[in-house]
Ligand binder design. Structure first.
Ligand code: MN
Length: 429
């Protein structure tokens, strides 16, 4: 397997950090034992944890309004996969990549799959794109795609999604994520009911092309680019559509796609209870769909989401939603941000495993809100960093991914071998 960062450098960095880690790990192990928990089991769970990297997330400089190109930014899917492999090499929590088509359309899918495998990477959910027009496209999506009034535009959008499925089959993917920007800017512009009916008809046609072992994930978003109404604007619309379309069609929750203060963890519980929670796009936000790094603004919310996921896992052994990061902004090195975010999501998961479930359920049933919330906080406030560090070390990653990455000078090397491309495309969804 090819590693982009010299494994000797990773080892040297780890050797220097190992004594402190052993001390912290032992101390945490003792503390967890007092709570009746085995640190080794938690570390094994951390090692098994995986979240996919969005191919668009490794691009530097993109915002909705302008681009500020960064040093050595990836120019194509090959460069993007190399950057993703650095994230995986050091974090050991991101073994797969989620592609966006046509941004990442490969010339030869078989070659791309082999190249990814040589870097130790696989492919997660495929993302279609009918929210912008491509060069040489016959019918515009200006007034919608899967729900468009124009039948030819709808057929074109369905056909594109089926092409994405076909490509994904060659790459070893197992899911198609569909997000459409379809909606309206003015009251009266579109008929809510007819638009939703057309969307259902189109997505059913896509679902018919879905392989037996695939899932179709519907991503809802409250607004933008449409500012008055959006066809799949909330989890209710997403759930209704997923239920209409078929058993393997489920809802995908992007944490940034809700109104401020919405109780996202309860949405997660609702969808999971009825077998329709298909996956996540993890990110964080202060105001809207900010696409900031996971856990950077509201880490407690992320923990509460995982608290619901762990509850569901206990109820349903086959529960296995798709986990993806979805972030992109322009002030950090994306490799650093994605490594850090993957660890934040992993941290929320481990903390949720630390919750005294039995105690919590008792406090809930006996109406003791004080102790119920204190039980959650007792897990949330625990510093589980030594578990994450040990999991990375044992999986062959870096105890301290950021420090090791900076010591490698990978970005500077990219700056030399990847000359800047002016006006390269980037996108946020
Ligand atoms: Mn998303």
């Amino acid at each position: 397997m090819t590693t982009m960062i010299d494994s000797q450098l990773v080892k040297d960095q780890n050797d220097a950090a190992k004594a402190a880690l052993d001390y912290d790990y032992d101390a945490l192990g003792t503390q967890l034992a007092r709570r009746g928990l085995d640190i080794e089991q938690l570390t094994a769970r951390a090692q098994q944890f995986a979240v996919a990297i969005p191919s668009w997330g490794v691009g530097t400089g993109g915002t909705r309004f302008a681009r500020f190109p960064g040093i050595g930014e990836p120019r194509n899917i090959i460069d993007k996969l190399e950057d993703c492999s650095v994230i995986q090499q050091l974090s050991q929590a991101t073994p797969t990549v989620s592609l966006h088509i046509p941004w990442d359309t490969p010339k030869d899918p078989t070659e791309l799959k082999q190249f990814a495998e040589s870097l130790g990477l696989g492919f997660d959910a495929m993302n279609s794109n009918t929210f912008q027009d491509q060069v040489d496209q016959a019918h515009t999506y200006k007034y919608g795609s899967l729900s468009a009034a124009n039948q030819a535009a709808r057929e074109q959008a369905v056909e594109h999604n089926i092409e994405v499925i076909e490509l994904g089959k060659k790459l070893g993917s197992k899911a198609l994520t569909v997000w459409v920007g379809d909606g309206s800017n003015f009251p009266g512009q579109q008929d809510f009911t007819r638009g939703f009916s057309r969307y259902l008809e189109s997505t059913k046609a896509i679902y018919e092309a879905l392989p037996e072992d695939w899932n179709m994930l519907l991503e809802h978003k409250i607004f933008e680019p449409a500012f008055y109404s959006t066809v799949i604007q909330d989890w209710g619309s997403s759930y209704l559509a997923a239920k209409e379309i078929g058993e393997r069609c489920k809802s995908l929750v992007d944490l940034g796609h809700h109104a401020p203060n919405v109780n996202i963890e309860m949405i997660v519980a609702r969808l999971a209870q009825f077998g329709k929670l298909g996956g996540f796009h993890f990110n964080d936000s202060k105001y809207g769909d900010d696409d900031l790094d996971s856990g950077s603004i509201n880490p407690y919310q992320l923990f509460l989401v995982f608290n619901e996921l762990v509850e569901e896992e206990l109820r349903n052994e086959s529960f296995a939603p798709f986990y993806m990061l979805d972030q992109s902004h322009n002030v950090t090195d994306p490799i650093e941000s994605l490594m850090y975010s993957a660890a934040e999501v992993q941290r929320a998961f481990i903390k949720a495993l630390v919750v005294d479930r039995c105690g919590l359920h008792g406090f809930q049933e006996n109406n003791d809100p004080m102790m119920a919330q204190a039980t959650l906080k007792a897990a949330y406030n625990l510093e589980v960093e030594p578990i994450l560090q040990m999991a990375r070390l044992r999986s062959g990653g870096a105890i301290n991914p950021l420090a090791t990455y900076r010591a490698s000078c990978y970005r500077q090397q990219c700056g030399e071998k990847r000359p800047a491309v002016k006006g390269a495309s980037s996108g946020i969804v």
